[in-house]
Design a protein around this ligand. Structure first.
Ligand code: BG6
Length: 490
């Protein structure tokens, strides 16, 4: 097998990274099945990661064998590439399970055995794939099992459920773990295209001069999903779209779009700039928020018939600083919508005057736009008005499109969780969120959490409740696109 350049680079880093026991809390949960187990399987089978052993734990009463069976089913369903029998066997032997009711001692023992198999240099990383209310109990288990020293801990979002709980969670966490051991994960930051926003903004001379209120009319961060909530209603009922997606993923992406150039590509410099964006955010005004719930959500088992949990949210937020004052940021996300997309769309201001006669088509399809598509491999497009061929002067919306898929590097794209788990094992905090940043995001969210507007029903397969159009007026939502991404010609 020949290695690509990126693989070689990671293979080198893998050699320098100690072997790891991954202690996976919430091991039988939705995230573990959908992302973490497939991600770790790919790491185990690639040259990218050091040697690992996985010790799963959760409330479910399983043993190694039944857990492996569950993991196999999850991989069959969710892994982007199918493992051969041999590959599966080599991954399966690294999987172990201790039910939480067996207690901290049993966990400690399973971890010790796994570490012994990896040799004396083995380190530990705890992955807390559990809902916010279960996070501290897991931390206590780690402490009671004597597994804190020298270990690292990855905390899943949402980190807390409001300002007070996030502050408490940070304080309690710091009683057991040092900040340098803590990795608060937000997997959107691990997506290649999210990092590509930084590369494009700060690696080129073209974009930065126009990246401000003088040239930009409005920005949309739009993440509709087609997926429903049948599998995870109990988590979601207590969470909702705002806590699940906005206060985490969408705001983190917003920071990459809005921040000033960091002085270095290193954790402190980047989180300082992100936090400046969060500090300049105006508190979220409930009047600028539309909450929705898809018709049928209440019928899911585990959902209250009176549920007020939003499965959809759209909002306007503002960043009150010199770069962005007056530029609205529109955010939207929800379940069971018409399409699954993840886009950031930057709309430019109209030209000051138009020589084109009425009816020429100018402005007919909204402003000119720069669009980042956060699909697994980055896509970008610049759409603009150009002349339609033929007599006279008719304007059409045209586009220049780039897709990483079309490049020779397409196969190097790492799945977000794979990338971030590797970074955490290497102790690299660059793409993780900070305590101060998260607390500030809860602080700006508090007016909305205290006084949430009522949820409005929306039809499955729609774009959300009708009120989204008033929210964004006089502008319009960019999605659904009238034009499609061009397919690769290769
Ligand atoms: C998760 C949310 O963090 O992100 C899910 O809990 C959501 O509700 C998911 O579906 C979306 O992530 P991705 O990578 O599939 O876009």
């Amino acid at each position: 097998m020949t290695l690509t350049q990126v693989e070689r680079q990671y293979a080198k880093a893998a050699q320098a990274t100690a072997p790891h026991v991954v202690v996976l809390f919430g091991a039988a949960g939705d995230l573990a099945k959908r992302k973490l187990l497939p991600g770790m399987a790919n790491l185990v089978l690639s040259s990218l990661a050091p040697d690992i052993e996985i010790v799963g734990t959760s409330l479910e009463d399983l043993d190694d064998e039944t857990y492996r069976q569950q993991a196999k089913e999850a991989l069959d369903e969710f892994d982007r590439r199918r493992l051969t029998d041999e590959e599966w066997r080599s991954f399966a032997e690294k999987l172990h399970y201790v039910p939480s009711k067996a207690g901290p001692k049993a966990l400690a023992q399973a971890v010790a055995e796994a570490a012994a198999r990896l040799g004396p240099s083995a380190r530990r990383i705890h992955y807390l794939s559990v809902p916010p209310k279960a996070a501290l109990a897991a931390v206590e288990t780690i402490r009671d099992a004597g597994l804190v020293e020298g270990s690292r801990i990855i905390m899943e979002k949402p980190f807390g459920t409001d300002l007070a709980s996030a502050v408490t969670l940070n304080r309690r966490l710091h009683e057991t773990f040092d900040e340098s051991q803590i990795f608060r994960i937000d997997h959107f930051l691990g997506k290649e295209p999210a990092q590509n926003i930084l590369a494009i903004r700060f690696g080129n001379g073209l974009f930065e001069p126009i990246w401000n209120r003088n040239f930009i009319q409005q920005i949309q961060i739009d993440v509709p999903e087609t997926l429903g909530l049948e599998q995870r209603a109990s988590f979601y009922e207590a969470t909702g779209a705002y806590r699940d997606m906005v206060v985490t993923h969408l705001f983190q992406i917003l920071a990459f779009v809005a921040m000033e150039a960091p002085t270095a590509l290193e954790p402190k410099a980047i989180s300082e700039e992100k936090n400046k964006v969060f500090n300049s955010m105006k508190p979220i005004d409930p009047e600028n928020v539309v909450r929705g719930q898809y018709v049928g959500y209440k019928d899911i088992q585990g959902v209250s018939p009176e549920s007020e949990t939003e499965t959809f949210v759209a909002l306007k937020c503002e960043i009150d600083n010199w770069r962005w004052a007056g530029v609205p940021f529109y955010l939207r996300t929800g379940k069971k919508l018409a399409e699954g997309q993840r886009i950031v769309s930057i709309a430019f201001k109209e030209p000051p005057q138009s020589m084109f006669p009425a009816g020429s088509g100018i402005g007919a399809k909204g402003p000119d736009h720069l669009t980042f598509d956060l699909a697994d491999a980055s896509k970008m497009s610049l759409s603009f008005y150009g002349k339609r061929p033929g007599p006279g002067m008719r304007l059409d919306k045209m586009s220049m499109q780039f897709a990483m898929q079309d490049t020779a590097n397409a196969n190097d794209v790492l799945e977000a969780y794979e990338r971030l788990i590797l970074d955490a094992m290497r102790g690299d905090h660059t793409l993780f969120t900070s305590a101060a940043g998260i607390e500030r995001l809860w602080e700006v969210s508090q007016p909305l959490l205290d006084d949430a507007p009522p949820v409005r029903p929306y039809a499955v397969g729609s774009w959300g409740p009708n009120a989204i159009h008033q929210l964004i007026a006089p502008y319009a939502w960019r999605l659904p696109f009238e034009r499609v991404w061009r397919e690769s010609h290769h």
